[in-house]
Design a protein around this ligand. Structure first.
Ligand SMILES: *Cc1c(COP(=O)(O)O)cnc(C)c1O
Length: 376
């Protein structure tokens, strides 16, 4: 079976992990700090804080910008459930904004009508690796004094108007995931990037039970060298040095990973552009797409299941991204109804994600394209 996504691990990665296993630090130690510095440098942000998953990074990012009980946040329904769930954990309410028909990203023209006096935060998702139109989203956020957290779990290595996603040029914070299907992996893991020192300080507190050991942060006089303070209610969201060492080694290969993903995307385009019953993903003039996914859409809804089943039967592990978040039974029980975001629902009903990962062979891309050409 050719999967839709998979990690790339080489001997260098394995050596990096083994090196940590032989060292004094197994959990959070010097490798975590180094990984954070390298991530911040790569993206062009001041600060990076790594977490034990993309989901815990999302929860921490929302907390750090002040999202709390009774607040609303505006996000996309065309995403993994974690984007919205992270806010539910903080007892805030997700408000779903319909998407652009071509990119599948939050439609900037539909945000303003969703803003209420409870809205605190906007969470754009860079669907499949194509950046959302951040400049327009930022204008609205500034007008209404809202925070922005980018869910960039699909978009490490992507660029918006020449600046790297993660630079936080148009947001308060940006979240990445290092799950094995994403651009780089630490097994499980995630990160939040920011240029705001206060957000950075809060992120580090949330990650470690709200505890600080830094005397310059203490609000009470120190009792002695053993003294530390818990100043907020946090979690154990720590990444280990084992994971961070793998992350450092993976990050070195990221430019090559992105290059190969873009090469595969071009190959798909060359092979599929003449098939008139499907639509291919776009790349807007403001975007450099890092292609976490290669999402095609059939023009007729009825072809989706037929093509999906056919490709699966031929050993191609296609997937569908995503069932609109509010369609899930849990969200239905909260009162969300089908029909809320018609463009996202239509996108979902016609979408299939083709295999896309750096070690995917060009021969396999050709095989997938030939199958699609024969499928109708
Ligand atoms: C993968 C992903 C997440 C969650 O990341 P985990 O590391 O699996 O917790 C959140 N949002 C999006 C859009 C994702 O693709």
């Amino acid at each position: 079976m050719i999967p839709y996504g998979r990690q790339f691990i080489d001997e260098e990665d394995i050596k990096a992990v083994v090196e940590v296993l032989r060292s004094d630090f197994i959990t959070q130690g010097p490798k975590v700090k180094e990984f954070e510095q390298r991530l911040a440098d790569y993206c062009g942000a001041k600060y990076a804080v790594v977490f034990n998953s993309g989901t815990s990074a999302l929860i921490s990012a929302y907390m750090s910008v002040g999202l709390s009980e009774g607040d609303e946040f505006i996000t996309s329904p065309l995403t993994f459930v974690a984007t919205a769930n992270a806010g539910l954990h903080l007892r805030a309410k997700p408000v779903f904004c319909d998407v652009e028909p071509d990119t599948g990203n939050m439609d900037p023209d539909r945000i303003e009508e969703l803003i209420s006096n409870r809205t605190k935060l906007i969470v754009p998702v860079h669907y499949a690796g194509h950046p959302a139109d951040m400049e327009r989203i930022k204008k609205l956020a500034d007008k209404y004094k809202l925070k922005i957290v980018e869910d960039a779990c699909h978009a490490l290595g992507a660029e918006y108007k020449g600046s790297k996603i993660g630079s936080c040029e148009y947001s308060d914070a940006t979240v990445f995931s290092f799950h094995p299907v994403k651009h780089i992996t630490t097994g499980e893991g995630g990160a939040v990037l920011t240029n705001d020192e206060e957000i950075y300080r809060k992120l580090k507190l949330i990650r470690n039970h709200g505890i600080t050991k830094d005397p310059s942060d203490f609000v009470e006089p120190s009792e002695g060298d053993w003294y530390y303070e818990m100043q907020a209610l946090g979690y154990n969201f720590r990444m280990t040095d084992i994971q961070a060492s793998l992350g450092i080694s993976q990050l070195k290969k990221l430019p090559e990973f992105v290059r190969r993903r873009r090469e595969i995307a071009q190959l798909y385009r060359d092979l599929l552009s003449s098939i008139d019953w499907i639509e291919l993903p776009v790349e807007k003039p403001y975007a450099l797409n890092s292609y976490h996914l290669f999402p095609i859409r059939v023009k007729e809804k009825t072809m989706r299941k037929k093509l999906f089943d056919y490709l699966r039967s031929k050993g191609v592990g296609v997937q569908v991204h995503y069932i609109p978040v509010y369609w899930h039974p849990y969200y239905r029980k909260l009162g969300y109804k089908r029909g809320l975001c018609p463009v996202a629902e239509d996108f979902y009903s016609r979408e299939i994600s083709l295999p896309m990962y750096p070690s995917l062979q060009s021969e396999d891309v050709k095989y997938v394209a030939e199958l699609i050409a024969q499928a109708k």
